[in-house]
Design a binder for this molecule. Structure first.
Ligand code: C2O
Ligand code: CU
Ligand code: CU
Length: 518
């Protein structure tokens, strides 16, 4: 059986006595293994809070965007104050809305009590700007008190890079229109830092998309869906071994499979409601949960037509739209869908449900169809020119096995090919400009994510992929004991990138590997 806790010792030392004094005082009661965390305050009735839209990020006078990571008190559960760690103190962070081919510079200023690193998920970005887990922005408050130390990574000191206070990322954005997202990626502490609020949406637009008569403006809704739990005082509830996030990483044992909360948030609001006109809306859906999977359906389904018309997936438009009854998203996956509220009588309340959720976590949000309006949008039969990769384009094949392994010299951990993450080692060296055939196997649900490499799903258990696999992807929902084949294209830049499980607790507990694009 699994040990009481799965965590990794000795990666960091903190000379701050205060951090050491408070480390490891979790004191949470045991919860059933794998069960969601239970909130300890009275939760609001569903569909009583309006759907918020994060503000749009704007560049400064010098053309550089600036995001200040800082703690902030916000009202998530009505009547309670919750401290979040947010980009500009907001959760989710500001939404970027930028043009393909126009490079963006984003300055991250860290005013949090912990180091951070920021990754643009799905971005084709040089390795030094990719938010590698050991490239840390160390806040001024920790200067001189925080340093990566030896332990497991002795001898790999060169993997660590620290920037005092701030760091400017350069994103070329030389890639098709898509909904990317940005989030924290700090070594060993990604899960708790994203949970506290470090995530936001990043829309890339291009002329191909602009030429389509899709719903736009107020009829395009970015929806960042995630789950959280709350303490009685309104604080976010998370089972960190060390709640300061400066000492020992990891979560208490019952949660090593992945942390789920009992409150579903959309754009940071619990079970919100959006008033919509009876017209087509474009929903840009991101599953930003640490580990919760989503199988989204509409209740009631529309009297005519299919509930969802999918336009795109992780990395942009599909060649043709597909009609779906359900939208299935593992952590970090995105879906770009149109819902035609014109199919419903005015006055209808349409609930977006997660059929994989239990109890109150089954509800996500509600749309209230309040009025008729003219609709000049349409979903064309052909959306974009998306070439289909074929296996004969692959120049080599590799296998990656995602599994809870051990006990061994490293204990029992989430590993890839039997290896826990080692920042000094790499599992593959694909060549820039080539396509590879990757076979993924697993023992559990593992949403597998590749940095830089964009892929198409070739097969699942030797059969055709699922609808949720369509298009260019950066994350694939690998299910227990499945064999999933991908064609992965490496384009953009040479250097060190990664491959990891996007169940953030698995990621923190070693299920990552380097890939060196050569
Ligand atoms: Cu969304 Cu390596 O992460
Ligand atoms: Cu990524
Ligand atoms: Cu996993």
């Amino acid at each position: 059986m699994s040990p009481a806790r799965l965590s990794r010792r000795g990666l960091f030392g903190v000379l701050a006595a205060s951090a050491a004094a408070t480390a490891g005082c979790g004191g949470l009661p045991a919860e059933r293994s794998g069960a969601p965390l239970t909130s300890r305050l009275t939760l609001p009735q569903p569909f009583t809070v309006p759907l918020p839209l994060p503000r749009t990020a704007r560049p400064g006078a010098d053309g550089t965007y600036e995001l200040v990571q800082r703690p902030a008190q916000v009202e998530i559960i009505p009547g309670h104050r919750t401290e979040v760690w947010g980009y500009d103190g907001t959760f989710p962070g500001p939404t970027f809305d930028v043009r393909a081919g126009r490079p963006a510079r984003v300055r991250i200023v860290n005013e949090l009590p912990v180091p951070t690193t920021t990754h643009l998920h799905g971005g084709v970005t040089r390795p030094e700007f990719d938010g590698y887990p050991t490239h840390l922005v160390v806040p001024d408050s920790l200067t001189g008190r925080f340093h990566p130390v030896h332990g497991q990574h002795a001898g790999h000191g060169s993997a660590w890079k620290t920037s005092p206070g701030r760091f400017v990322h350069e994103y070329p954005l030389d890639q098709p229109a898509a909904m990317l997202w940005y989030h924290d990626h700090r070594m060993d502490f990604t899960a708790p830092q994203v949970y506290r609020g470090l995530a936001g949406m990043f829309l890339v637009r291009d002329d191909v998309e602009d030429a389509l008569p899709l719903p736009r403006g107020a009829r395009e809704l970015p929806l960042l869906i995630c789950d959280r739990a709350f303490e009685s005082d309104g604080a976010l509830r998370y089972p960190a071994v060390d709640p300061t996030l400066l000492g020992e990483p990891g979560v208490t044992g019952a949660h090593h499979q992945g942390v789920e909360g009992d409150v579903i948030l959309v754009n940071g609001a619990p079970w919100p409601e959006a008033e919509v006109a009876a017209v087509r809306h474009r929903l840009r859906i991101l599953n930003a949960s640490n580990s919760r999977r989503l199988d989204l359906r509409l209740d009631p389904p529309p009297p005519t037509g299919s509930p969802f018309t999918q336009l795109g997936s992780d990395l942009g438009l599909l060649a043709r739209p597909q009609h779906l009854d359900q939208v299935v998203l593992a952590s970090a996956e995105r879906a770009d869908v149109v819902v035609d509220f014109g199919a419903y009588p005015v006055g209808t309340r349409v609930v977006l449900r997660n059929h994989l959720g239990a109890g109150r976590a089954r509800d996500v949000m509600r749309f209230h169809v309040t009025r008729r309006e003219a609709d000049d949008s349409a979903v064309p039969a052909v959306l974009a020119d998306v070439p289909t990769l074929s296996a004969d384009q692959a120049v080599r094949s590799r296998r990656f096995d995602f599994r809870l392994s051990g006990p061994g010299p490293h204990g029992k951990k989430w590993m890839i090919n039997g290896q826990p993450f080692d920042p000094g080692a790499s599992l593959a060296s694909p060549e820039l400009g080539t396509t590879e055939l990757w076979t993924l196997t697993s023992d559990f649900h593992h949403p597998v994510h590749v940095h830089l490499g964009h892929f198409q799903v070739l097969s699942r258990n030797g059969r055709t992929p699922r609808p949720s696999d369509a298009g260019w992807k950066d994350t694939v929902d690998v299910r227990p004991y499945e064999v999933v084949q991908l064609l992965v294209r490496f384009a953009g830049f040479r250097g060190r990138y990664m491959l990891h499980c996007h169940n953030l607790e698995h990621e923190d507990m070693a299920m990552m590997a380097n890939i060196d694009v050569v």
